[in-house]
Write a protein that binds this ligand. Sequence first.
Ligand SMILES: *Cc1c(COP(=O)(O)O)cnc(C)c1O
Length: 367
Amino acid sequence: MPEAVLEQAAAEMLDWHGSGMGVMEMSHRGKAFMAIAEQAERDLRTLLAIPAHFKVLFSQGGALAHNAMVPLNLAGRRPARAMDFVLTGSWSQKSAKEAARYGEARIAASAADTGFTTLPDPATWRLSADASYVHLCSNETIHGVEFHTLPDLAALGSDAPLVIDFSSHVLSRPIDWSRVGLAFGGAQKNIGPAGLTIIVVREDLLGHALPICPSVFDYRALADADSLLNTPPTYAIYVAGLTFQWLLAQREGALTGVAAMEVRNIAKAQLLYDAIDGSSLYVNRVDPACRSRMNIPFFLRGDDGAPLQDPAHPRNAAFLRGAEARGLLQLKGHKSVGGMRASLYNAMPMAGVEALVDYLRDFERNA
Ligand SMILES: *Cc1c(COP(=O)(O)O)cnc(C)c1O
């Protein structure tokens, strides 16, 4: 979280703008909260240049709940209830597995054979003519693989809409909405507190919910009710709104907002990748063409040069202890991959990455 956002939330916690109450105490249908939610949506639309024919929905359940809600809302667009999945890491695998409960989840492509260190070339995807949509995870948080351009499905001969899980890189870069039908993500990585899930959906895709879709997660009904079918995650929406304002105020040269963040994120990631690639102790195995700017997994090598996966290995344990002593926290890799992972979300300043790079060099010198 940007420190300025946390400070503002703290300052306004007991009394929001002289209203005599904090945001957590407000009625979600009262004037004050409605103004907060409307401003948040407006700012998100501005930041991501979301076209008018897309709806912005504030929901709950996290991205994993929406791994079910997306098929429950979209699979019924076509009689086959088929969906094409591009498997590029843990999150897209999870999405495909969940979707298979509600329709026919087909695997259009998979990078499993490379240990999810590459992205399958779109020209090789097996897209089906009767699919209700094509799903991909635009940034694989655990494997550190990112789509730097979204595929143009029409050019690949598919007329299905593209669904993206953008949980872990939303607002880190602009989005080409001409290639997207629906984007969804949990807010807790790059936006605000856990509990808010954001869905951006093209209006013509609404209205196909399967009868078993829970009413509060029916995207058409949610859109018609301006995301107020029931009590939304009010405090999370408020803090997300503060983050949106913070983002709008960010500048890099002549650029502002998400364009400014992108420049900053490219520079932050480059600094860390260069340090890893330039060392003989650290290694990142992801194809440079699709390396994530947000999540950078890396391994320390053992004396035989092989990457050390086990976090309990003495060298890994010493690395993590030394990092913690410098205030460099949460560097342990995801348990399914092992090693280390640095997450350079929007709120991580360049100085934080510089501190990590300094530590990498110092640790290597002493190893
Ligand atoms: C973290 C993450 C999720 C999990 O989302 P929850 O909000 O915990 O359900 C899903 N997809 C991606 C890409 C993630 O990074």
